[in-house]
Design a protein around this ligand. Structure first.
Ligand code: ADP
Ligand code: ZN
Length: 445
């Protein structure tokens, strides 16, 4: 195993110094070696064998990293079509766990893991948590749902691998979360960002001041798109550093990409994945700095390796070096998935653009909901947003505030939404990923 024999020095910045500080040339050499192994291994899967045959390719055609582009993309639809086990590259008896996505729009997707997959996944998560300064002396509480959602077991095993005392609190029950944080001296929490704002509301109601009454110092936030403004807000609310964590079940789960202490983008671990950013229309690579669809190839997965998997997440490459000493590619925070994009009156809009504007108003709380409707004039957008308590009784003031919010939103998204200011706590709260958009538009336009 990759970290076997490493003597842990708490003062060392790196969990796995050898891999984390590889030069670009070393990273690419390792990637080529692992890509060739992965492609070869994929030939154990009926799905990839026929994919290669159809494309007139053999594993020997992959000699350089650029040759990756000869390989056809793999899509979520492919996983659905081969549901449940059709893309597996090992016999089922070698697998020890599966995770499955919710499957709201058809067959769910299933991801299989061998024992080695689980061990390496835990190493990835441990590497991330170490990178932001967590050590075996920390107490780590996980507020993710446990079960099929990979944020539960993924962080659990990673935090244990690092050696922390872990509190598998699971999702919801804020009063209990707060009690655990206080009683167990929790120093770090993993949560979806929308849940942390809810947790802070409950702390306020209970008279708990996180700076005074808890030992919290680090959050891992992820699993859903959130803006830089939302992150800063969370950090200020709690007096805790919040690091962006990216994962997806197809790639194992959490651990794929994580911010270092510089908070200048997410390091994607290139000893485990090859990162491509492509134009979602032409599927050609886009230059660094330009936004496109994230495409990932697994380099170490045993049970279900995936080649050129189209994630549908939109982002861009920020750089390939970092003051932290890691040369693993830095990826910008996700704009959202291509299927989160709303098209209104010919304009493309992502929920995160709306969030960014709302978070600039200190009078507004963090929970919001976007509703799309149709009337005789075409599509409309209504943005409902909760108010901070202090600003609820001055009617004229509220009207002016609504107008300012509307103007600021228009500047960002180029059309004028209705803005409704509502009382704190009145919008629906979900325990997992937040639902930000309700589309009630007629399909018979
Ligand atoms: P599901 O597909 O059911 O949502 P996953 O848990 O596998 O299940 O979700 C992975 C997706 O979650 C990613 O493709 C991405 O859209 C989103 N996601 C995960 N982490 C982040 C993050 N840090 N920022 C933005 N989006 C994220
Ligand atoms: Zn860094």
């Amino acid at each position: 195993m990759e970290n076997e024999g490493i003597k842990r020095d708490y003062g060392c910045e790196y969990f796995n110094p050898e891999v984390e500080t590889l030069s670009r040339g070393e990273i690419e050499a390792l990637q080529l070696k692992r890509l060739r192994e992965t492609v070869q291994h994929c030939m154990n899967s009926a799905f990839y064998r026929s994919r290669f045959e159809e494309a007139g390719l053999t594993p020997d055609d992959i000699r350089t990293l650029d040759d990756l582009r000869k390989i056809p993309f793999t899509t979520k639809q492919d996983l659905r079509d081969t549901y449940p086990f059709g893309t597996a590259s090992v016999p089922l008896e070698k697998c020890v766990r599966l995770h499955s996505s919710s499957g709201t729009t058809g067959n769910p997707t299933v991801i299989l893991h061998t024992d080695r997959d689980l061990d390496e996944w835990a190493n990835q998560v441990a590497r991330n948590l170490w990178m932001v300064g967590l050590r075996p002396t920390d107490v780590f509480q996980n507020s993710s749902g446990y079960g099929m959602f990979t944020g539960g077991l993924g962080f659990q095993y990673g935090a244990e691998k690092l050696g922390m005392l872990t509190v598998p609190a699971a999702a919801g029950n804020s009063l209990r979360q707060i009690k655990f944080i206080k009683d167990f001296g929790t120093t770090a929490v993993h949560a979806v960002p929308s849940y942390l704002t809810r947790l802070k509301e409950v702390m306020d109601q209970e008279g708990v001041d996180p700076r005074r009454d808890t030992k919290l110092r680090i959050f891992a936030i992820g699993a859903e798109p959130h803006s830089e403004e939302q992150r800063r807000r969370i950090e200020e609310m709690f007096g805790v550093k919040a690091y962006n964590s990216f994962g997806m079940s197809e790639m194992c789960g959490p651990g794929v990409g994580f911010e270092c202490k510089e908070q200048n983008g997410l390091h994607f671990w290139e000893d485990y994945y090859i990162v491509e950013i492509v134009d979602p229309e032409t599927l050609e690579p886009v230059p660094d700095g330009e936004i496109g669809e994230l495409v990932l190839t697994t380099l170490r997965r045993e049970a279900m390796p995936l080649l050129r998997y189209r994630t549908r997440d939109l982002t861009r490459v920020l750089g390939r070096s970092c003051p932290c000493g890691r040369n693993h590619v830095r990826i910008d925070r996700m704009r959202g998935r291509s299927d989160d994009m709303m098209v209104l009156k010919g304009v493309n809009i992502f929920p995160i653009q709306i969030e960014k504007i709302l978070m600039q108003f200190p009078e507004l709380a963090s929970n919001y909901l976007i509703t799309l409707t149709t009337d005789n004039n075409g599509d409309n957008m209504t943005v409902e947003v909760e108010l901070e308590e202090l600003f609820t009784d001055d009617y004229v003031g509220l009207q002016n505030l609504a107008k300012s919010v509307q103007r600021a939103l228009k500047d960002e998204i180029l059309l004028t939404p209705y803005v409704k200011l509502v009382a704190k706590g009145s919008l629906p709260q979900s325990e997992g990923k937040a639902v930000r958009v309700v589309d009630k538009r007629s399909v018979y336009k």
